[in-house]
Write a protein that binds this ligand. Sequence first.
Ligand code: R5P
Length: 310
Amino acid sequence: MKVFAGNSNRLLAEAICNYLNLPLGKATVRRFADQEIFVEIGENVRGEDVFIVQSTSFPTNDHLMELLIMIDAVRRSSARRITAVLPYFGYARQDRKPGPRTPISAKLVANLITEAGADRVLTLDLHAGQIQGFFDIPTDNLYAIPILARDVKENYNLKNVMVVSPDVGGVVRARALAKRLDCLLAIVDKRRDRPGESEVMNVIGEVNGKDCLLIDDIVDSGGTLCNAAEALLKNGATSVTAYITHGVLSGGAVARVTSSMLKELVITDSIQPTTAVQSAHNIRVISTAALIGEAISRTSQEESVSSLFD
Ligand code: R5P
C-alpha cells in the first residue's frame, strides 16, 4: 500500500502516514507559469494499492484538478487499485437542482473522479449520505461522530448537556450524537411566519440552564452557527459550544466566530486549518488521522470499515 497527497492537506496526510507507520509517497505537484498543474510520482507504484489524500477545499477547483491529475498519473503508472481519500468533499452541497436550469455539481464531481480512474472513494461526513450513490464505484463515508463524542465526554458534564441541531436539515446527525451521549435533543427552526416578515429563530426544546452543543457537518460563513448560538442564549442556555466536522470558514467567518458568544468551536482537520484558525481563541481542532488511517488500513486488508462505528 502507498499513500500520496496533493497540496490541500499535507499535515493530515502526514499524520495518517504516521498512524500507518508508512512514509508519505514521493510526489511533486507543481504549476507551470500559466498555472497548469503538473504532477510527477517519484516512486514505483506498479501493482500497488494506492491511496491519494486530497480535500477539495479552498481553492476548491485547484485542489479538485490536482486530485484528478494525480489519479491520472497513478493510473498510467499501473497501480493495481486507486482510492481517492477526500476528508472533505467540496461541491457536496450542490447535490440537487435547487431550481430550473441549475446543475447537480456534486454528481459532476463524482463523475470526474471516477472518469479520472479512481476505483474507490473514502470520505468523511458527506453533506448528504445519498451522495454515495453519485459514484458507481465503492464509496465509504466515515463518520466523525465517535471522535466528537469522545471529546464531549472528556470536556463536559453530560448531565447538563443538550445536543442541538442548528437547522431542521441537521436533525438526523444531531440525533445520532444525542443517542451516543444519551442526552436530550433540541432543534433551532428558522421560520418566516408571514410572507414579507423577517425570519425568526424558534428553539424547539427546553434549553434553559443547559450547556448546548450545536452539531453540524459544515461551518462556512458561520452564519447558521452564530445565529443559532444567539437564539439558544436568548432562550436561557448557560453556554453554547459547536462541534462541526468541516471547518470551511470562508471570508470573515473566523472573525465572526471569535467575536460571537460561542464558548468554543471544535472542528476537525478534514480541512487544513489556516493560521487565523490556529490562533483563534475559541476554535479548537481535533484530528481525524487515526480514523482515516484505520479505514485505509482496513480497506487495504479487505476488512470491515463499517465496524469502526459499531
Ligand atoms: C447546510 O445545510 C450545512 O449543513 C451547514 O449548516 C451550512 O453549510 C453552514 O453554512 P454557513 O456557515 O455559511 O451558515
